[in-house]
Design a protein around this ligand. Structure first.
Ligand code: DI6
Ligand code: FE
Length: 418
């Protein structure tokens, strides 16, 4: 261990850690879900965490290494936002006003507003405009400590416009200190050109769009919106078959507004995650538990659409389904560029504990993206993506909102003060 400290690139001393490692039992009086280690020394070498030891065992290295005295501050894994639609053009403030006069989200969608109004704006935007429009939303997430974000297409709905969205997402990843995971959500809404032929649009997705996205290395996973106002379970199944044929992972917007049994379908395809889940029933919970699929909860959309049916939290707990939390950042149902706000909402609206909420944006967020081997926990061998906080306990991260307790960010082993 001493040798590991001798060859480190950075060392933190006198630091408390919410490891979010489920094999670590919390020290002190902290909820064991945090995997708390108190008064530690942490070393990283290049982009990797290489040693974690109690201060009593730490020996100051003889070599010239940057040692940061954390003075009892806290380290957590950096945040992972595993479900966003942050690439888009325009906004839907006008629809927000209409909803406040009584129109429902579903009614607006049926009138050709809703998702399709963002489709019009996104189709008109050039690649550069799309990147420029989306950058401030990504900035807001990064400022709060997000180091990995999933970004979906789904506002293009033609081959070129869907690929344009994915290119914008990739460019945002290349231009910023953030890992971007890209998801093809062409099956988000029926495009106007296919209003009378939705199955023809599914053909286009399966036969042309998925192969093109794979050929251009633009996509990590494929998503669908399984809902009365979008696609049937049967249509979603066709998309999943095509995705699997091309070696892509699948996930789905399931049971958000009604129960379409999309979760059972997704489980059959070993989906990475099923997302929303307000209407999920016990059979669905059983199915995703068996398939090891993550339940990604999106309290921002629940809040913004003023939904009243809460996802089945007790069932998810009793079947030990890993729960992720994400912003669902999008112009229609969750215009919320704050991971901290949704962490708090997961507790206030869904009654998750703060440790479950924090796990939702770290360890389980990573699992929802198929990245649990490398990010989401503070553990030897993992990527050095960490946040240093001026807080007294990790529960503060869910408890208060609007404060900026972040003092340092470590991204892939690079350290910057904030
Ligand atoms: N469910 C949602 O909440 C978002 N997409 C989806 O499938 C909403 C997207 C939008 O309204 O623009
Ligand atoms: Fe979504």
């Amino acid at each position: 261990v001493t040798a590991l400290f001798e060859t480190a690139t950075y060392i933190w001393i006198n630091v408390n850690i919410a490891t979010m490692d489920s094999n670590v039992t919390s020290q002190g009086d902290f909820d064991t879900g945090y995997g708390v280690l108190l008064n530690q020394a942490v070393a990283i070498v290049d982009d990797c965490i290489c040693a974690i030891v109690p201060m009593q065992q730490y020996i100051k290295p003889s070599t010239d290494i940057t040692i940061i005295d954390a003075k009892g501050r806290w380290l957590t894994p950096s945040f992972i936002d595993a479900h966003t639609h942050l690439v888009y053009a325009g906004n839907r403030a006008d629809e927000f006003e209409q909803r406040l006069q009584g129109a429902s989200y579903q009614e607006l969608a049926k009138r050709g507003g809703g998702i399709l109004s963002t489709v019009n704006a996104t189709r008109k935007a050039s690649l550069i405009e799309l990147i420029e429009n989306s950058q401030p939303r990504l900035d807001a997430l990064i400022r709060e400590g997000v180091s990995c974000v999933e970004i979906k297409s789904g506002y293009g709905l033609t081959i070129e416009d869907e690929l344009k969205m994915l290119r914008a997402a990739k460019a945002l990843g290349a231009n910023n200190q953030v890992r971007v995971s890209t998801t093809l959500l062409a099956a988000h809404s029926i495009p106007p050109e296919y209003a009378n032929n939705p199955d023809g649009y599914i053909d286009l997705i399966c036969d042309e769009l998925i192969p093109a996205a794979v050929a251009q290395s633009l996509v990590d996973a494929v998503d669908v919106f399984c809902e009365q106002i979008a696609f049937s379970a049967q249509q979603c199944e066709r998309v999943f078959i095509a995705a699997k044929k091309h070696g892509l992972a699948v996930k789905g917007h399931m049971e958000q507004l009604t129960n379409q049994h999309g979760s059972q379908l997704a489980a059959r395809f070993n989906a990475l995650s099923v997302d929303h889940l307000e209407w999920l029933d016990e059979e669905g919970v059983q199915a995703i538990s068996d398939s090891g699929t993550v339940a990604t909860l999106l309290p921002g959309a629940f809040y913004f659409l003023r939904e009243t049916k809460v996802p089945p939290i007790e069932l998810l707990r009793s079947y030990q389904v890993p729960i992720a939390i994400a912003t669902d950042l999008n112009p229609g149902s969750s215009p919320i560029a704050s991971i901290r706000l949704v962490m708090q909402m997961a507790c206030t609206l869904f009654r998750l504990t703060p440790s479950e909420s924090l796990a939702g944006v770290t360890r389980n967020g990573a699992k929802a993206l198929g990245l649990s081997e490398s990010i989401g926990q503070i553990k030897v061998g993992m990527q050095a993506d960490m946040l240093l906080w001026d807080i007294e306990s990790p529960a503060q991260l869910c408890y208060q909102f609007g404060m900026n307790e972040l003092v340092q960010k470590i991204f892939a082993g690079k350290v910057c003060d904030v």
